[in-house]
Design a protein around this ligand. Structure first.
Ligand code: UDX
Length: 425
């Protein structure tokens, strides 16, 4: 099938490469010329496991990137994959969705035949129906015109670092559609994937994405709260959650207690859900608590450290791990950010190390001292805080002897050395 994809960011690029791998012919539209050039020469502008192989195989053949919308009218379906960042009040900013809808609509003035516009971006319920549909219809002149248009909402559930795998082996494919014909067309794209498909209304599909992320974030904050309680009574929350997660109704996933959740999705999507609820007169107490627990975890870590050291002013603190999770250089909403802010506020000197994320964190904190190895950051430090579960940290032991004394607090359960204190275990 001929597919166009709007937006060559993380979701658009991974989806395009995977659609090409499924045998489709893909036109990727991205306004950044540098990205277009990189993609067409088979070099992904972001690191994502397995993506480079796919680009090398398909770029210039059945995957072509361009900065113009000209090709959209020659395709059967277009996917909107542009960003929906947080607005000033935490709401989802839909300006890029609207702009993409306008451009798709204008392009669809040309050509004929049936075309489906599908939204893949994470958008609040009602967006496809109330913003994308009318915008595309108006701009294409299709209301009662030549072109027959259908609309769909097909959310992604891609984890950073595992996005290609998540696309090719999904737990489920969610398709919200305006009518059966539109849903059938979207479903046929995924024919070669062996995954259950759920067909729902447009707004339900939008809500499934938000509710999934909100529930996963809730599991994490729940584990953290149980962990905080367990620590006070001297119980190991990891032992507890191993037992809890064996109940098939709960599942063992996303029950790892620690410094909380970061990244480009959970914090933003939970906030957008809260804002959406408030705007319709609801008070989402559970979701607000999920955010509150998440905000408090890094501060609890600094409190614990301060108690151990008896004050932080003038102390040298090694922070190991800056990325919001392992295997990425992404520091967006990383729990290391509020932690470092608090350390600085209390007068500590921060010495940081991360295998991949130093250059991104340098943009956030130019005045932190960065090191090329864990040992470098640990030398002469008064204490060490572990913030990302990088496998290379597991083996650290003798390196801690470089510190003034072995005061080690883990925000992620990763060390094997045995004398670290857990944030909530
Ligand atoms: C997430 C969702 O998993 C994905 O489906 C969605 O589409 C995008 O957002 P991602 O942000 O890449 O993916 O990371 P994920 O692996 O889900 O982790 C998010 C955060 O939660 C990380 O900071 C991680 O450290 C934290 N986390 C995760 C925990 O603190 N405990 C856990 O048990 C699991």
């Amino acid at each position: 099938m001929k597919i166009s994809v709007m937006g060559g960011g993380y979701v658009g690029l991974v989806s395009s490469a995977c659609f090409a791998e499924l045998g489709h012919s893909v036109s990727l539209i991205e306004i950044d010329e540098k990205k277009v050039e990189a993609i067409n020469s088979g070099k992904p502008p972001i690191y994502e496991k397995g993506l480079e192989e796919l680009l090398r195989k398909h770029a210039g053949r059945n995957l072509k990137a361009s900065s113009s919308y000209d090709e959209v009218c020659n395709t059967e379906i277009s996917f909107i994959c542009v960003g929906t960042p947080s607005g000033p009040e935490g709401e989802a900013d839909l300006s890029m969705i609207e702009a993409a809808s306008r451009s798709v609509g204008e392009s669809l003035q040309e050509g004929d035949g049936y075309h489906v516009v599908a939204v893949k971006s994470t958008v609040p319920p009602g967006t496809t129906q109330d913003l994308v549909m009318p915008t595309v219809l108006r701009r294409s002149g299709s209301v009662g015109g030549e072109r027959e248009l259908g609309f769909a909402m097909n959310p992604e559930f891609l984890r950073e670092g595992l996005a290609v795998q998540d696309f090719m082996q999904p737990d489920r494919i969610v398709i919200g559609c305006s009518d059966t014909k539109a849903g059938d067309l979207v479903e046929s794209i995924y024919e070669r994937l062996n995954a259950p498909v759920i067909r729902v209304g447009l707004s339900s599909a939008e809500m499934i994405k938000y509710a999934s992320n909100a529930l996963l974030a809730t599991k994490i904050s729940f584990s953290n709260e149980i962990g905080n309680i367990c620590k006070k009574i001297g119980i190991d929350v990891y032992e507890v959650m191993r037992g809890v997660g064996m109940d098939h109704r709960i599942s063992p996933h996303f029950l790892n207690a620690g410094a909380g959740f970061g990244g480009s999705c959970f914090p933003k999507d939970v906030m957008a859900m809260i804002r959406l609820a408030e705007l319709i007169g609801e008070d989402p107490v559970l979701l607000k608590s999920v955010v509150e627990v998440n905000m408090k975890q890094p501060i609890r870590m600094v409190d614990l450290l301060e108690r151990r050291l008896g004050g932080l002013s003038g102390k040298e603190i090694a922070v190991l791990g800056l990325a919001f999770k392992k295997d990425t250089d992404d520091v967006r909403e990383s729990r290391a950010i509020p932690l470092i802010k608090e350390l600085k506020k209390r007068g500590a000197w921060v010495k940081a190390y991360d295998p991949l994320a130093v250059s991104n964190m340098r943009k956030v904190f130019p005045d932190v001292e960065y090191f090329k190895s864990a040992a470098g950051a640990l030398e002469n430090a008064d204490a060490c805080l572990i913030m990302t579960e990088w496998p290379e940290f597991a083996q650290l032991d003798e390196e801690f002897d470089l510190m003034k004394s072995r005061v080690i607090i883990e925000g992620r359960r990763v060390l094997l050395c045995g004398d670290a204190e857990g944030l909530c275990w």
